[in-house]
Design a protein around this ligand. Structure first.
Ligand SMILES: Cc1cc2nc3c(=O)[nH]c(=O)nc-3n(C[C@H](O)[C@H](O)[C@H](O)COP(=O)(O)O)c2cc1C
Length: 178
């Protein structure tokens, strides 16, 4: 295979292919949502998820102070809302009102779950040691919800600059991993 050098500034477009998620928070009774794709699994159980959330985002302050959020996983039907939510700030906009998404009460955290997403992960901040240096929050999932009828969710996977892949075929292979 012929290969060519690839710009370092675009490396993220090769790796940033986990599902795009919507992180909801609630501070002083005001709910907000941000679009997020720089996240990584860190542990099976309890599930730990690392998330990079820019300190410029309103969600950063809410997460830092309340230490709670919900990771909501949207499918392709919500693509327009996902992009809209990632291009405005809760400092100025009520994103639930703007997008028509429905906040529903979570069971263990104050942040709302987004009804239209096929999965919702209620999270508490487990570790903030890398927040000051990398804006990296370690979240523990304390309760998870899915819609069982959705067997092959068509999740969105960001490839940079507004380009997304949509999850497609499932292949099953023998594997010793969970
Ligand atoms: C596809 C997509 C992925 C994004 N991923 C991240 C991310 O991983 N971390 C981050 O800090 N911002 C990310 N953003 C940007 C935030 O969603 C954006 O700054 C948002 O307006 C923040 O809202 P807030 O100020 O209400 O918190 C992403 C935006 C888009 C459109």
């Amino acid at each position: 295979m012929n290969k060519k050098s690839f710009p370092l500034a675009k490396v993220y477009t090769l790796l940033e292919t986990g599902p795009v998620v919507l992180i909801s928070t609630s501070r002083k009774g005001i709910a907000n949502i941000m679009t997020q794709s720089w996240h990584t699994m860190m542990e099976f159980e309890p599930p730990l998820v690392g998330c990079v959330i820019s300190a410029r985002n309103h969600s950063f302050d809410a997460l830092k102070s309340t230490k709670e959020c919900v990771i909501n996983i949207p499918t392709v039907e919500l693509a327009k809302q996902v992009v809209a939510i990632g291009n405005c700030s809760g400092r100025k906009v009520d994103k639930f009102a703007r997008t028509g998404l429905t906040p529903v009460r979570a069971s263990l955290v104050q942040a709302p779950m987004i009804m239209e997403c096929y999965a919702n992960l209620e999270c508490r901040v487990a570790d903030t040691r890398l927040v000051n240096s990398y804006n990296f929050f370690v979240l523990e999932v304390v309760k998870a919800w899915i819609v069982p009828a959705v067997k092959a969710p068509k999740t969105l996977h960001h490839r940079g600059k507004g380009e997304f892949m949509v999850a497609g075929d499932t292949v099953k292979l023998p594997s010793r991993m969970k």
